[in-house]
Write a protein that binds this ligand. Structure first.
Ligand code: NCD
Ligand code: ZN
Length: 348
């Protein structure tokens, strides 16, 4: 049995840090383990221009504790009014790593999202030309489509036609939850990759209702049937170069999760790396863990992998309890109160 593993320091390719006091409270949980993270732009109002992203990056760096070595990689939120030249200039100067597509009203804070992809075609063509990745929340928003089918329908109605129209566009299908997505990514060209969250490797839709309704397991895309969880998990542990780590850690105050109309999002930053590792161990795939956590993402984003390393030791650790916010609210980490089987140390 492997009791100790040392790998290059991982990156998280999908994170929601929010802003202000919440940002200050949650940032260390990611920055203590991950060297870099792709920062989602769905603030209120959203990060839409290069200037917005630069200002947000400065706010993040301002509240980063001095002893943590961490680089936020910024994204801009694609809207019907996005200026292709502004995005290209932001990429050129290194401020913007990628652009995020939220179909309008698909998820938390997505009211400014794109209503019709043909309207943003000039931006997408420009991005294809300069090799800038488009990060996609892959769900249709048509209320007539069953919530459990929205990801699979998105592939057929939106993603396939988009890649046929702009075959060189580099796309990350974010937080995949279905066998259809895993299969589509596998069968596609080198310009399509996917991120996978720890929770979608661990829970299925029945878990949302185990013994009663479980608001802290509600996120979007929603967890699917067991067969889909298994397919997504198989893709993650397979070592395939176009699947990589993206936690989709998405903090919401407990009062907003446990309400009559609870928010979508799971705050997993404090436990994510350990839980991914447990899943890889259970599936006898520890030899693929470094690829998933630390190598495949940088390769797709055309960035060097980290030179620093983390040590993963089999040593039971307690999950952190609720995180206090200055306004008296709390944020509850995924699997809070349960033991983790591994502990993680950055070894430099
Ligand atoms: C995210 C959030 O809270 O910002 N929620 C979620 O359920 N994943 C938005 C998103 O990534 O869909
Ligand atoms: Zn997200």
């Amino acid at each position: 049995m492997t009791d100790r593993l040392e790998i290059r320091r991982p990156d998280d390719w999908h994170v929601h840090f929010r802003d202000g006091a919440v940002m200050k409270a949650v940032l260390p949980a990611t920055a203590r383990q991950f060297a870099r993270a792709i920062v989602m732009p769905n603030l209120v109002p959203p990060v839409v221009t290069t200037d917005d992203a630069e200002a947000y990056r400065a706010r993040l760096m301002d509240c980063l504790p001095d002893d943590l070595d961490f680089t936020p990689l910024m994204t801009a939120y694609l809207t019907d009014g996005t200026d292709p030249d502004n995005i290209a200039a932001g990429h050129e100067t290194g401020i913007l790593t990628a652009v995020k597509l939220y179909p309008a009203h698909a998820t938390t804070n997505s009211a400014h999202g794109v209503t019709d992809l043909t309207r943003v075609e000039p931006v997408l063509r420009q991005m294809a030309e300069i090799g800038m990745p488009l990060l996609v929340h892959g769900e249709v928003t048509d209320p007539d489509i069953d919530i459990f089918d929205r990801e699979a329908v998105f592939i057929e109605r939106v993603l396939k036609p988009l890649l046929e129209r702009i075959p060189d566009l580099r796309v990350v299908l974010e937080h995949i939850t279905t066998a259809e997505s895993a299969n589509f990514v596998r069968s596609a060209g080198d310009n399509l990759a996917a991120t996978i969250t720890p929770h979608h490797m661990l829970i299925n839709r029945s878990d949302l209702f185990r013994g009663g309704i479980r608001p802290h397991l509600y996120c979007l895309p929603i967890a699917k049937r067991e067969q889909h969880r298994l397919a997504v998990r198989e893709a993650a542990v397979s070592g395939h170069p176009r699947f990589f780590l993206g936690t989709d850690t998405a903090p919401h105050a407990v009062k907003d999760k446990e309400s009559e109309c609870g928010c979508a999002g799971i705050f997993n930053a404090p436990t994510a790396l350990e839980l991914y590792l447990e899943a890889f161990e259970e599936d006898a795939a520890l030899e693929h863990f470094e690829r998933f956590a630390s190598l495949n993402g940088p390769a797709f984003y055309r960035l060097p992998p980290n030179e620093t390393r983390v040590r993963l030791t089999r040593e039971p650790t307690e999950t952190p309890g609720p995180l206090d916010l200055p306004d008296g609210n709390t944020v509850l980490p995924f699997r809070s109160g349960q033991m983790l089987r591994w502990s993680v140390d950055v070894v430099g």
